[in-house]
Design a protein around this ligand. Structure first.
Ligand code: MTE
Ligand code: MO
Length: 204
């Protein structure tokens, strides 16, 4: 008996399917869409007045204007994103600056243990610093090879791929380092404080 030529492709597709399924956190479904979810209207930010700051428990506050931010070393990221509303989008392509790179410009106080990402629309979200260091978070200004769309947080948003997407603050204006944890917008409204999709940390 001869092997039909199509079998190889079939096996390949099935393997791809299993590989994708293994990357799907519990209770999530796969989508190719990129839904928009915001608590308020999309702010239209003037790049001439845009800034990003690192403040709080740092020796000196650091701020970048848009032009300076673009001069920072950037990286491409291919990451899987899971939203608490249950969609997961695999292999999303972003470009931006890692938080590690940003922190090379600031001297963190030893007491700094938590961070609040604050934004140009007043939204906040909180994270332990371990969740934003060592390549785990970046400030993105491109998605899929194009400037990040305003409804998705453009000109720039925080992306923390290993946590539910509400931790990825759109229209991010900076990071405030603190000794004590302080719940952000959704965390104060009953969402989980940590938000690991693999542990289904949805609500508290
Ligand atoms: N500044 C800001 N960031 C935000 C939000 C928001 O309302 N304001 N919503 C959060 C929530 S709940 C989700 S699920 C994601 C949605 O991002 P998207 O609209 O690009 O899909 O952004 C998060 N970041
Ligand atoms: Mo959300």
């Amino acid at each position: 008996m001869t092997e039909p030529f199509v079998s190889r492709e079939f096996v390949g597709k099935r393997r791809g399917g299993a590989e994708k399924a293994s990357r799907l956190p519990p209770g999530q479904y796969l989508t190719e869409d990129f839904p928009v979810l915001s608590a308020g209207p999309t702010p239209r930010l003037d790049l001439k007045r845009w800034s990003f700051s690192i403040e709080g428990l740092v020796k000196e506050k650091v701020s970048w204007a848009w032009d300076d931010f673009l001069k920072l070393p950037a990286q491409n990221y291919t990451v899987d994103i899971s939203c608490v509303t249950k969609w997961t989008h695999l292999d999303m392509q972003w470009r931006g600056v890692s938080v590690d790179t940003l922190l090379e410009h600031a001297e963190l106080d030893r007491k700094a243990a938590f961070v609040t990402a604050f934004t140009h629309d007043g939204y906040t979200t909180n994270l332990p610093i371990a969740d934003i260091l060592n390549g785990r978070a970046f400030v993105a200004y491109q998605y899929d090879g194009s400037p990040l769309a305003p409804e998705h947080g453009g000109p720039a948003r925080l992306v923390v791929p290993h946590l539910y997407f509400w931790k990825s603050a759109k229209w991010v204006a900076g990071l405030r380092f603190m000794e004590k944890d302080q719940r952000g917008f959704w965390e104060s409204a009953g969402y989980h404080n940590h938000a690991d999709p693999w542990k289904e940390e949805r609500y508290s």
